[in-house]
Design a protein around this ligand. Structure first.
Ligand SMILES: Cc1cc2nc3c(=O)[nH]c(=O)nc-3n(C[C@H](O)[C@H](O)[C@H](O)COP(=O)(O)OP(=O)(O)OC[C@H]3O[C@@H](n4cnc5c(N)ncnc54)[C@H](O)[C@@H]3O)c2cc1C
Length: 506
């Protein structure tokens, strides 16, 4: 078999790979190729369609943008008007003690009962005093929580919620990654909100966000892929190995492709094992994600709520998105006739398979999994089909948390497990990255992206795309990669230096 040659080979057609390819095209480069094992572009930022016509993203994808370049690329891919995008106001709550507490939790202690309010406020004051005397940085995320929020908020919300999200105890996580990610506490504001019994939801970079009117988050990246030459994109091609000396990748077909520069967006732990560095790979941790979608007949009872957080043990998920609120076309049209698969409590429907019209609404749930937090995947019957037990647990959790009612008619069920869901900011992560990324680069391998460079603080869609853009510039010109190396700087503001323009594209 002859070996194909290409100057720049990109592995993975998610936001990072597509960002790099976009940039290479913009610079007028022609000798590049992008490979992906999936059927189409998008990576984790893709959208699945159920047989009944419901769309589900791989978890609640909210667009944050730290770059004009990112905004311009999205506008070029999908258009900029209201035909292409819905603008949604962030409406987000924490479900606790059978009631909704506005988010961020720490600014909304007023919604708790008196005993909880006292615990949280005395804890906050205690933390403020202790923190002012503390020496050095907190040794882990748990210490950070205790120093910033105190024991009340730690026990009620931060520890249980973060364990549900990350699937590792907060003592096993570092705190360098935090930046703008977790709202810290303004103690005066927290106390004044309690005294004035005030709901205080406005913070952070995503008070308003936009979402595609059609096709879910996946439509964005399919649109970006369409702007690129089709002959330079190959799908259903699985990479099985990399030979760093020969500068070749091997595909599942046995074919080899030789490169001068390799930009890999594959998980770094996988790449390191291929290259004989299992000890480094062992220092990187990730959690897996289960995405569960439920399509329901009727009208959503949840108003304009976008996503909701669940720190308690009454349901398996840490977050639920009212996905039908993001776009009307996330559900089938009202006139589409669908049979009821099962009732809201999982019991069989009495309708004997009769199809009825909508309207419809949908919920999308996220459940994390790791060796510290296993997920029950034994098959159980639900709606006439075998599903992993976590799907049924989710349905029952939706009942317990009043997201659904026992009499609701479930018309569509969706489940997907993603092995690499969240890159864990583990205690040993930075040490591994400091060794592994420069070592790979000695062999002309740029490992970048949500799992390519494993930095959760720069692992959203905008960051990932920019990791790809900056890696392309680094390969071509040796330019510094700001997003990879200075997450705090890029996250602190909107970055307007780079301009994406179709007119410049060769
Ligand atoms: C649960 C969840 C919630 C999220 N929420 C948000 C959010 O709210 N906002 C936001 O902006 N972002 C969010 N994200 C992050 C977003 O999905 C990522 O930023 C983005 O998809 C990462 O892009 P990437 O290109 O680095 O990697 P990926 O999207 O993982 O792409 C990597 C590609 O490599 C391919 N690949 C892997 N192995 C091989 C192989 N051996 N051979 C060939 N191809 C291979 C894969 O098929 C994939 O297409 C979320 C992600 C998850 C999982």
């Amino acid at each position: 078999m002859s070996t194909e040659k290409v100057d720049i080979l990109i592995l993975g057609s998610g936001p990072t790979g597509l960002g790099a390819a976009t940039r290479l095209k913009q610079h007028g480069k022609h000798d590049w190729l992008i490979l992906d094992q999936a059927e189409e572009a998008g990576g984790l930022a893709c959208t699945d369609l159920t047989p009944e016509g419901f769309l589900f993203d791989m978890g609640g994808h909210v667009i944050f943008s730290h770059w004009d370049y990112f905004d311009q690329l999205l506008d070029t891919a999908l258009g900029s008007g209201s035909d292409a995008w819905n603008t949604l106001e962030r409406v987000s709550y924490v479900w606790m003690d059978n009631r909704y507490v506005a988010y961020p939790f720490q600014n909304n202690i007023s919604a708790l009962n008196k005993e909880q309010q006292i615990k949280c406020l005395t804890g906050l004051v205690e933390a403020k005093v202790k923190n002012s005397l503390a020496q050095g940085k907190p040794a882990n995320f748990d210490e950070w929580i205790m120093r910033v929020m105190g024991p009340g908020i730690a026990d009620l919300f931060m520890r249980p919620y973060n364990f549900k999200v990350w699937a590792v105890p907060t003592t096993m996580m570092q705190c360098n990654w935090l930046g703008e990610r977790v709202a810290t506490v303004d103690v005066d504001r927290a106390i004044s909100n309690v005294i004035n019994n005030k709901e205080d939801a406005g913070w952070g970079p995503n008070a308003v966000f936009r979402f595609p009117t059609q096709g879910g988050t996946g439509a964005i990246w399919k649109g970006v892929a369409k702007l690129l030459p089709q002959e330079k994109q190959r799908y259903k091609e699985t990479v099985t190995n990399i030979d760093k000396e020969a500068k070749t990748v091997t595909l599942a077909t046995g074919a080899k492709i030789q490169y001068n520069s390799l930009l890999s967006t594959l998980p770094l732990d996988v790449t390191l094992r291929w290259l004989g560095k299992s000890d480094w790979a062992d220092g990187l941790q990730h959690s897996s994600s289960h995405i569960i979608g439920i399509g329901i007949r009727g009208v959503s009872p949840h108003g304009t709520k976008c996503w909701l957080y669940y720190p308690e043990a009454d349901c398996p998920y840490y977050r639920c998105t009212v996905f039908s609120n993001y776009a009307k076309l996330n559900c089938p049209a009202d006139g589409v006739q669908l049979p009821t698969l099962c009732m809201g409590d999982g019991s069989p429907s009495a309708s004997n398979g009769a199809a009825n019209p909508g309207p419809y609404w949908s919920l999308m749930f996220e459940v994390s999994e790791s060796q510290y937090k296993p997920v029950n995947q034994e098959p159980v019957q639900l709606g006439g089909k075998a599903w992993p037990a976590v799907v049924k647990e989710t349905l029952l959790g939706a009942l317990a948390t009043t997201l659904m009612q026992a009499g609701d008619e479930v018309v569509s069920i969706y489940h997907r497990r993603i092995e690499h869901g969240y890159p864990t900011p583990s205690l040993g992560r930075d040490e591994v990255l400091a060794k592994a990324l420069p070592w790979l680069q000695q062999y002309n391998i740029w490992s970048r992206g949500r799992f390519g460079s494993y930095k959760y603080e720069v692992a959203n869609q905008d960051h990932s795309m920019m990791l790809g853009v900056e890696a392309a510039d680094n390969i071509l010109f040796g330019t510094k990669e700001l997003t990879l190396n200075y997450p705090d700087i890029v996250n602190a503001k909107k970055n307007s230096e780079l301009v994406w323009s179709l007119n410049n594209a060769a």
